[in-house]
Design a binder for this molecule. Sequence first.
Ligand SMILES: [Zn+2]
Length: 165
Amino acid sequence: MLINRDFIFPVYIYENVLEVVKDICNKSNFELFGYLVGNVSEWNGKKYVIITDQLYNENAVDSQQYFTSQINGTAGNFNTVLKGIREIRGDDDLCILGWWHSHPDFGCFLSTTDVHTQRFFFPESYQVALIVDPIRKEYSFFTLDDSSKEGYKEISHAIISPKID
Ligand SMILES: [Zn+2]
């Protein structure tokens, strides 16, 4: 097999972070959401992200609500938590890499509302949306893509094991 040494995934996520997100989504039939936290890196001019933590927003239960009020309403709150994670990890570069939310039994894609949310709150090219469907046992990562009709595209990822504490 020929290995392309120029190849990197746009998203790397620690296995335990992905498991925590899936576990949270498994416990509810509501749409839940949280933030994805980690580092942005660059290799050969390509940006990629390494997701090391997640921040679950317990107050959000409905996508129509979190689109406008919930994310705004908890902005100060998540900054405090992000500061805490930076201190625990000893890494001041940790930042919000995007968000995750669940689509119980309606599959993995970005709705029109989700695309608006992505554009408004997570507009950087490296920022991602992780969708988890706990009923169908599926998940996918997406980013904005102005060249596509829907305004977004699915992207590949790699899972990092072993877990970090
Ligand atoms: Zn959605």
